[in-house]
Design a binder for this molecule. Structure first.
Ligand SMILES: NC(=O)c1ccc[n+]([C@@H]2O[C@H](COP(=O)([O-])OP(=O)(O)OC[C@H]3O[C@@H](n4cnc5c(N)ncnc54)[C@H](O)[C@@H]3O)[C@@H](O)[C@H]2O)c1
Length: 334
């Protein structure tokens, strides 16, 4: 049976997912929903799909097996509510929202319905990240250092705090998620952030362009994650390092470097990122749709809420100047 997939959003990342889905056996991009019918039809025509300007029209007009939600952070909430109401599984791109209110409401409904979900924390699907994650289970992590350093994305919504949630919520969330995946849960967050230059260079910039976030982990380890979006294009880079008594495990999106003293068959080696993690993420979701086996999905809505809780706690801390203890609500607890 060919699975019929709908896509919401007609931007860059909708197309990345649609291209991957279009190459998969037994999967069809059947419909695209955009903010206008014109934009939706333009994208839909590439995949021989039907374009819609309204979500309800798409869901009434098509019998969809799942929907991909690839919209900016500020556009979440009513989309998820409608899909849950209709019992349609979804893969949603990170971050879940600009804050924590909508994810809490959505999670409540996801858990009540038992709906199949997946969230686009694609680094978890990298071969190098898998090696790192497994290795960290055998190490005592002393501390971690993470970073996401770069320029400011061109899309208007990204520059507005109420559009993207800011860089830590929108981009650096990948590093926070990888930290959690490898080293466990975070219990306390303290952040400082500032606007240094981008608000003077561009109009309508309300996000901070530098931030540093200190985290305490349940294990007793500590972490520090910094980000900036004030660099010229092409400068900077992202990464996460774990400091252990066996040495430094140094991950970037391109590769993992293992310490030479690592108690590991690949000690001292550089491990390339490996197979396209977006393809793996899509394969895991499609496999779950087809078989009901969710075990290959490495980030579902409940798990992603924990990452979102940390990134939004950093916003609260930067605003108040105080550390934020993470209170595990019953919906976010194991
Ligand atoms: N996992 C990753 O590596 C990765 C990479 C890029 C983007 N993303 C995420 O994907 C999301 C989208 O990013 P993008 O780069 O495609 O942005 P974009 O600005 O290129 O596209 C967003 C699209 O969403 C549409 N949209 C907004 N609200 C909508 C609504 N209510 N209904 C239908 N369409 C709506 C816009 O018209 C636009 O076409 C963001 O959350 C971003 O963080 C993830």
């Amino acid at each position: 049976m060919t699975l019929q997939i709908g896509i919401i959003g007609t931007g860059w990342f909708s197309k990345v997912h649609a291209d991957i889905l279009a190459r998969m056996e037994g999967v069809r991009v059947a419909a695209v929903c955009g903010t206008t019918l014109e934009k939706a039809e333009a994208m839909a025509s590439v995949y021989d799909a039907v374009g819609y300007g309204e979500l309800e029209h798409m869901l009434d007009g098509e019998k969809l097996d799942a929907v991909y939600i690839c919209v900016p952070p500020m556009s979440h909430g009513s989309i998820e509510a409608e899909l849950i109401r209709r019992g349609i599984p979804f893969l949603v791109e990170k971050p879940l929202s600009t804050g924590m209110d909508i994810p809490r409401q959505v999670l409540d409904q996801v858990q009540k319905s038992g709906l199949l979900t997946s969230v686009g924390y694609h680094f978890r699907y990298q071969e190098a990240a898998q090696v790192l994650q497994q290795a960290m289970q055998e190490q005592t992590v002393g501390m971690a250092l993470g970073r996401w350093m770069g320029g400011m994305p061109g899309v208007a919504w990204w520059r507005r705090q109420d559009g993207s949630g800011g860089q830590f919520v929108e981009q650096t969330t990948h590093i926070v998620d990888l930290l959690r995946y490898c080293a466990g849960e975070v219990t306390e967050v303290y952040a400082v952030a500032a606007q240094r230059s981008m608000h003077e260079k561009h109009e309508h910039v309300t996000v901070a362009d530098v931030a540093n976030v200190t985290l305490k982990l349940e294990s007793g380890a500590i972490a520090s994650i910094a980000n900036t979006c004030l660099l010229p294009d092409g400068e900077g880079g992202a990464g996460l390092q774990f400091y252990t008594d066996a040495g430094v495990w140094d991950w970037t999106p391109e590769r993992l470097l293992l310490p030479s003293a690592a108690p590991h068959a690949m000690a001292g080696l550089e491990i390339p990122a490996g197979h396209n993690p977006y393809e793996r993420e899509n394969e895991a979701f499609i496999h779950a749709l087809r078989t009901g086996d969710r075990s290959r999905i490495l980030s579902d809505y409940a798990d992603a809420c924990r990452t979102q809780e940390i990134t939004t706690a950093a916003l609260v801390s930067a605003d108040s100047g105080l550390p934020v203890q993470l209170q595990r609500s019953k919906h976010l607890s194991h």
